[in-house]
Design a protein around this ligand. Structure first.
Ligand SMILES: C[S@@+](CC[C@H](N)C(=O)[O-])C[C@H]1O[C@@H](n2cnc3c(N)ncnc32)[C@H](O)[C@@H]1O
Length: 260
């Protein structure tokens, strides 16, 4: 019946059916509008066709929201539930958004990243997303937080989310601790004081192998404060940088080039 109406049973929008990123509600709306306006079919069939498409797209949008709620496998239920609980019950922690979390998770899984370093743990929200990816790749995350209270919350959250075995949490001042690391780290997530981003970048660059990924948060919503950092990642010959906006903060995503 669906085929008779002019479209098959699979209607996928970018990012809703695979792991390529967030779904696109604008594209859904556009597709519905274009389909509903098509004059070739008699009116009742057009209405029916339009209604069927809307139902299919609603399912697609719903699954995108479900994806943003947490990693998708059943065994990750505990993680999903705890991430949702944190959003409800631990506000004011400067956490990334669920869609940004999903983006990091996908990045880790897709690129098989295994040695993670996070600078700025807060209560562990982003760390849980990254660690969920590391659980898939067989990797491990080292995450650093300067504040004892937030570090303690992070410890509890990592445990409640069921990912503590994939994470080492250090209550340290990262500006002092990062230079003592030997690496390598194929995934680095920078999300601490914005004025320190360039220093962190300089510190981690020698620790990241060719093909490794350095992600920094807030390049969109704090673009002014991060102006020099943004220029640096765009122009550094060691890096190939793109920008992603799965949520309001925005990420720079820098891949370390080889042969430098
Ligand atoms: C934006 S929050 C991190 C949010 C976290 N990445 C998330 O999305 O769940 C920044 C955190 O970095 C920590 N921080 C700031 N300067 C630091 C430093 N020098 N060393 C370690 N942590 C630091 C702050 O205490 C704060 O908890």
């Amino acid at each position: 019946m669906l085929i008779g109406l002019g479209f098959g049973p699979q209607v996928f929008l970018p990012g809703t059916a695979g792991t390529d990123g967030p779904h696109n509600p604008m594209a859904a709306e556009k597709l519905i509008m274009t389909t509903c306006r098509k004059p070739l079919l008699p009116l009742p069939l057009r209405v029916l066709r339009c209604a069927m498409l809307a139902i299919l797209l609603a399912g697609s949008v719903f699954s995108a929201d479900a994806r943003a709620a947490g990693p998708r496998k059943k065994k990750d239920d505990q993680t999903q539930k705890h991430l949702a609980w944190m959003r409800e019950n631990q506000t004011g922690m400067w956490n990334i958004s669920p869609r940004e979390g999903l983006y990091l998770y996908d990045l880790v899984v897709k690129h098989h990243l295994k040695r993670g370093l996070e600078i700025g743990t807060s209560n562990g929200y982003s760390g849980i997303w990254i660690a969920s990816g590391m659980r898939v790749t067989g990797g491990r995350l080292l995450t650093m937080e300067i504040d004892e209270e937030r570090a303690q919350l992070a410890r509890e959250n990592l445990q409640a989310a069921g990912v503590e075995r994939y994470v080492t949490l250090e209550r340290v001042a990262a500006l002092q601790a990062v230079p003592t690391l030997t690496g390598p780290y194929d995934f680095v997530f920078i999300d601490a004081e914005k004025s320190d981003y360039i220093r962190y970048l300089q510190m981690v660059l020698p620790l990241v192998p060719e093909g490794g990924v350095i992600v920094a948060h807030n390049v969109s919503d704090m673009a002014d404060e991060l102006h020099d950092f943004i220029v640096r990642v765009k122009t550094d010959p060691e890096l190939k940088t793109t920008f992603a906006e799965p949520g309001p903060g925005g990420f720079s995503v820098s891949i370390k080039r080889g042969g430098q």
